[in-house]
Design a binder for this molecule. Structure first.
Ligand code: NAD
Length: 469
């Protein structure tokens, strides 16, 4: 989806067709104040925070059912919103459903610690919600990213103000509507709309907001972190990546090549964990790169609702311009474009924000193209001589979100997996994700962990209580 924002509305454009699909009103500063006040009142008076956990779990389960009942409509809306192939969009709705179900069960079963009598007292901890959580999400996987914040924040007993990206404003209101229909008390989940620099910045600075959960780019994360630091409110940051995907000479090559291609070209590379830096052991470098280029050239780039589509358009026309500028800069840094490097030709691509799968070789590891995130279908490839060089290169960016390792030597996989600075390490697989396993970044890729039980604790503060006996 593309937006041609005006001051007071977002105009949503389908990136596959260039046609307008919706207009969304931007939240005004007065409306923001009112939404925060309403959320605070809902938090304090609706009874949600004091409900027995199994009662909160009932509502979360009903939200999951509501999402599932509208799976096809939501998937289609997201497809039109950001151009992802319909099968991926269905998968993301399933993921959102699973997230609400998971946090319903965590909510019901979460226990806190009791320290048995050590003297003339006993101590234990309780978890308390923060109050009003600001949840700010990016445009690449709206329903999934929204659910990843809203479900655990509600499970912990908070009220949530959800601000989706100005480039994907359509899914968040659907989630709020479904949550209300599922029985979530009024005011506990509200959506605020608009550009990050305006309403986003006003939201994080708002004195009524008591916790900030952000997913998006590192530059924005840093700005939000500064505000949170000044205000001394907790902040969780899920940021960008330049994840290394490593292929050793002893890997099962067919599997490795297929996974590397899927790891960067899936979702047109618009994934925070895209394996965007391929590091290949020197002795198999030519073979692996040739196989990848052959695979990339076979990828079916097509309309997101077409049968057999593997890559749809990029999410917006302005994002395609950014991706192309990234490729042009790589060229000027001495990169050799082995395939792609432009929009596909042909009438069926003329109206959409399409871009070809692109592989670039011949760069030095410290070139900007090997350091910065393209957030598009752009893979840079680099050879390595030995493990020491691999680890130096693998860790040689400011990011640390994820990595992939392909080898049949499990001791080497363990060693390298421990040595690489990344929040998620995939060995002989890539881009797998389960809600029960924590997710987050090292270094500039973020602070905090979503998913898993920790994902609920993120939205709760610990109170320690002592009872004299
Ligand atoms: P972005 O940082 O430009 O925007 C993200 C959100 O922040 C949007 O809702 C935007 O309106 C808002 N925003 C922007 N400036 C703000 C400010 N000053 N104050 C408050 N809110 C502000 O990112 P994007 O372009 O929407 O998304 C792409 C980025 O997101 C990539 O870097 C990608 O790696 C990252 N991402 C990370 C994860 C993860 O889990 N680590 C997941 C998906 C995407």
């Amino acid at each position: 989806m593309d937006t041609r924002s005006k001051a007071n509305e977002l105009i949503s454009i389908n990136p596959a067709t260039g046609q307008e699909i919706a207009r969304v009103a931007v939240t005004t500063p007065d409306q923001l104040d009112a939404a925060v006040a309403r959320a605070r009142t809902a938090f304090e008076t609706s009874g949600w925070k004091d409900l027995m956990p199994h009662k909160r779990a009932e509502v979360l389960t009903a939200i999951a059912a509501g999402l599932l009942a509208e799976k096809e409509e939501l998937a289609t809306l997201q497809m039109r919103d950001n151009g992802k192939p319909i099968a991926e969009c269905r998968g993301m709705v399933d993921y959102a459903v699973g997230t609400f179900r998971y946090y319903a069960s965590v909510c019901e079963t979460l226990e806190t610690e009791v320290t048995p009598r050590r003297g003339d007292y006993v101590s234990f901890t309780v978890l308390e919600p923060y109050g009003v959580v600001a949840a700010i999400t990016p445009w690449n996987s709206p329903i999934m990213n929204d659910a990843a914040k809203v479900a655990p924040a509600l499970a912990a007993g908070n009220a949530v103000l959800l601000k989706p990206s100005e480039d994907s404003p359509l899914l968040a209101p659907e989630l709020a509507r479904i949550a209300a229909a599922a029985g979530l008390p009024d005011g506990l989940l509200q959506v605020v709309q608009g550009r990050g620099a305006d309403i986003g910045a006003a939201l994080v600075a708002h004195p009524g907001v008591s916790m900030i959960s952000f997913t998006g780019g590192t530059t924005t994360g840093r700005a939000i972190g500064r505000v949170a630091g000044d205000r001394i409110v907790p902040v969780a940051l899920e940021l960008g990546g330049k994840s290394p995907h490593v292929v050793f000479a002893d890997a099962e090559m067919d599997h490795a090549v297929a996974a590397v291609a899927a790891g960067i070209f899936g979702s047109s590379g618009q994934s925070c964990v895209a394996g965007s830096r391929l590091l290949v052991e020197e002795s198999v470098y030519d073979e692996v790169v040739a196989a990848l280029v052959a695979r990339a050239n076979r990828i079916v780039v097509a309309a997101p609702d077409q049968k057999g589509v593997e890559m749809g358009p990029l999410a917006s026309f302005h994002h395609r311009d950014r991706v192309h500028a990234f490729v042009e800069r790589a060229r000027s840094e001495g990169g050799e474009i082995l395939c792609g490097g432009s929009a596909p030709e042909g009438a069926r691509y003329a109206d959409g924000a399409y871009y070809l799968p692109t592989i670039i070789a011949g760069l030095s590891a410290d070139a900007l193209s090997c350091q910065e995130e393209a957030f598009g279908p752009v893979l840079v490839v680099l050879p390595f001589k030995d493990e020491a060089e691999l680890i130096r290169m693998g860790n040689g960016t400011a990011f640390g979100l994820a990595c992939g390792i392909w080898t049949n030597d499990f001791k080497k996989a363990w060693r390298v997996g421990r040595a690489l600075e990344a929040g998620s390490v995939w060995i002989n697989t890539y881009k797998q994700s389960v809600t029960s396993t924590p997710f987050g970044g090292f270094k500039n890729s973020g602070i905090g962990r979503e998913k898993g039980v920790d994902g609920l604790r993120l939205y709760a503060q610990v109170k320690s209580m002592y009872f004299g006996l």
